[in-house]
Design a protein around this ligand. Sequence first.
Ligand SMILES: Cc1cc2nc3c(=O)[nH]c(=O)nc-3n(C[C@H](O)[C@H](O)[C@H](O)COP(=O)(O)OP(=O)(O)OC[C@H]3O[C@@H](n4cnc5c(N)ncnc54)[C@H](O)[C@@H]3O)c2cc1C
Length: 406
Amino acid sequence: MTGGVDDSTSYWQASAPGVHWQHALPAQSAVVVIGAGIVGSSAAYWAARAGLQPLLIDQRAPGAGATGRNGGFMTFGTAEGFSGTSRRIGVAATKTLFDLTLHSRALARRIVVDERIDCDFAARGRLSLSLNATEHEHHAADVAVLREAGYDVELLDAAGVAQLMHTPPGPRIVGAIFAPGDVTLHSLRLVNGIVAAAERHGALTATATVRSLAEHGGSVRLETSAGTIEAGAVIIAANAWSSQLVPALRGIITPVRGQMLSYAPLPPVFTTGIGAEFSETGEYWQQTSDGTIVLGGCRAAAPDRDVDTLALVPTAPVQTALERVLPTLFPQLDGLTIERRWAGPMAFTPDYLPVVDQVPGVARAWFAGGFCGHGMPFGVRVGQALVEAAQRGVLPTDVAPLHLGR
Ligand SMILES: Cc1cc2nc3c(=O)[nH]c(=O)nc-3n(C[C@H](O)[C@H](O)[C@H](O)COP(=O)(O)OP(=O)(O)OC[C@H]3O[C@@H](n4cnc5c(N)ncnc54)[C@H](O)[C@@H]3O)c2cc1C
């Protein structure tokens, strides 16, 4: 690998102010939330807003998992897209999930405004580039299906793509789908802001690794690295680590390493978030408010596609592949300076949909995970839905298609 810090601290971690985090573990709590990513921080926020005084625990710090290491896209819909998901679960359930993500994004926007969170949350739109005529035909069909279902997307030709960037697209770019409402943001500042807001509304926070959970009388007993807690209810938002806490999820939620790099700040080049199938496993990038371009993907270059690992270190094959993306697609973007390289833990499921349900065998515990690299548009509502499930004992209807037995 040439250039760049590869200690696996993400651009987001290096550019976010720290957040207050209490580190004291009480012996009891009405609601314990495990994992302070987008899902767990949101669950703690909504539980605190409901007056439940939750305890939010993380083994490291807020955003230490996928949320503080990702691409900073809050798109809408599922990993496989509308057509792929509707083939699996039908059009009506797919629409329920797509609407859930739009609702979740609106909730995220409301928290950002209400709690004055400085996280560059902006509907800059997202381009999904077509890199050949066949792909453009598929994109045209996707746009037709999405518009028919009521979603705001349009098909652009190469000239339309060129208007949305300050560098000339190379000849491989023949068009794109444009989703104008898609959001880019600083994911870690968002999570830190939600954690701070949760604390203002009464949540406690603590560092501890939860090792196990089990029914104990009318409560749930958690064994942690910092002691035992008796919880009235438990919400597990551990995503890639889910099966360590709930062994029944082994083979259902599988950790997958995602890798990224960032380039030294540049004058404006890209005005939107961008995705492309440059490799079979997909690539994505955005230019942040300080001019840094963050770019990820290229798992196809890893011998095993980086499946089934929780290692948070970047590797040479994937990083070398990432380095080729921009110079190949945009001839003027050759020789950029790489500033940082990192890796993060995604979590995949066999049908590319997240799972939200009760923990098997522990009636007062609920979990969500397996977001397949698309957790940001789900996270805020899923966190809220987990709190509702813990309060009422049933899954809310909008997350019901995501239950374990589907
Ligand atoms: C490189 C990369 C790029 C991505 N890009 C995007 C993107 O642009 N848009 C998008 O929508 N999604 C993206 N994703 C996926 C997205 O980041 C995730 O889907 C989302 O952040 C998951 O949030 P979460 O809260 O479920 O999990 P996480 O953010 O992973 O949080 C889980 C937390 O649980 C904690 N934890 C785990 N086990 C324990 C334990 N036993 N005890 C205590 N704490 C524990 C961890 O420390 C961690 O902080 C990307 C992921 C990666 C890795």
